[in-house]
Ligand binder design. Structure first.
Ligand code: SF4
Length: 332
């Protein structure tokens, strides 16, 4: 067990917009008023990209379906000013620019329709959508996009389209242990059909100020351990279990089967959890020793071997990947 390696990626975190049609009780990211709302401009985006340093991944996140939000007029006006007609058109352009600047895109834009997945597929090394839970929860009563059927349908569509995919569950948002098992089983069953899930994140709820769940307790470390243990027992070995090192203590979870620490950035913050800085790479190595830390790309090695990426991404993948499909030690 101690000889296996643990992976992570180096990213630039790009919050494209915080306008969202949902209102999850635990969310500190979404805009609550016109004053809070933003949509990134191309110049601002390029300024971020120019600080990329050694990152290989451009992680794009947004609120979900901003066109359907009550702040949609703000969102649409900003898009039109930037020369775009939709979120997906804007995301595609930013992904293309990211590729030109040496970054492999990973879009996590919330629920997307099949045509939208198709429009983004060739400019993404992988894509993601947290399942969060298959349970119907109080925390999601104002979030139509958190309908588990809707989310599972999109994850299934990504499988049909052979998109290397990241999903995950949230621990501590009001679900029961059985719900977590059910959620993991739902992901397992899609993976058995399509083979496209590269990692499942086990993410703890983290209370955010000014949200309805601000006074709710975080899940205990025991619950996190249970969830990681269950994930490792239930999910096929080719799905990595990811735990975020800025939200939990990874070492014991690695001993229980976690094998990935997700993306960390030296240049940008975690905009979803701005109060929780990522450890630096050297710190991560120290924390998880004697396990070995290895850098990966946003597309996992087996999908590189299977050729699940477009010609647009080939030059970057060939430049960055070593013979194991991980990041070359001398890669720029
Ligand atoms: S969908 Fe995401 S961004 Fe929107 S309210 Fe829920 S957690 Fe926040």
């Amino acid at each position: 067990m101690k000889n296996r390696y643990i992976t992570f990626s180096k990213n630039i975190f790009i919050p494209v917009t915080n306008v969202c049609r949902n209102a999850c009780d635990y969310c500190g990211f979404r805009a609550r008023s016109f004053e809070d709302a933003y949509v990134i401009g191309v110049t601002e985006f390029l300024n971020l990209v120019h600080t990329r340093g050694a990152a290989t991944e451009a992680l794009f996140t947004t609120g979900e379906s901003p066109e359907l939000s009550y702040l949609s007029s703000f969102f649409k006006n900003r898009l039109i000013e930037a020369g775009f007609t939709s979120l997906v058109e804007c995301a595609r352009e930013l992904c293309t620019l990211a590729i030109e600047h040496g970054l492999l895109p990973h879009c996590n834009l919330g629920v997307l329709r099949t045509e939208e997945l198709k429009a983004l597929r060739d400019v993404n090394a992988s894509m993601g959508l947290m399942l969060e839970t298959t349970a119907e929860l109080e925390a999601h009563r104002r979030s139509p996009g958190k309908d588990p059927e809707v989310r599972l349908k999109m994850i299934e569509e990504a499988g049909r389209l052979q998109i290397p995919f990241t999903s995950g569950i949230l621990v501590g948002i009001g679900e029961e242990k059985e719900d977590r098992i059910h959620s993991l089983e739902a992901l397992k069953s899609l993976h058995e059909k399509y083979g496209h899930i590269q990692e499942v994140i086990i993410q703890p709820f983290w209370p955010k100020p000014f949200t309805p769940m601000w006074n709710k307790k975080q899940p205990s470390f025991g619950e996190m351990k249970d969830a990681v243990r269950a994930a490792r027992e239930l999910l096929p070995d080719d799905i990595a279990i990811q735990v975020p090192p800025n939200l939990t203590s990874p070492k014991e979870l690695i001993e229980l089967g976690a094998s990935d620490l997700g993306g960390i950035s030296e240049k940008t913050i975690d905009y979803i959890n701005p109060e929780s800085p990522w450890p630096r790479e050297a710190e991560l190595r120290r924390i998880i020793a004697p396990f070995e830390l290895r850098e990966r790309l946003p597309i996992y090695p087996r999908f590189i071997k299977k050729g699940w990426y477009s010609e647009l991404l080939s030059p970057l993948i060939e430049r960055y990947a070593d013979e194991d499909g991980l990041r070359r030690k001398d890669g720029i």
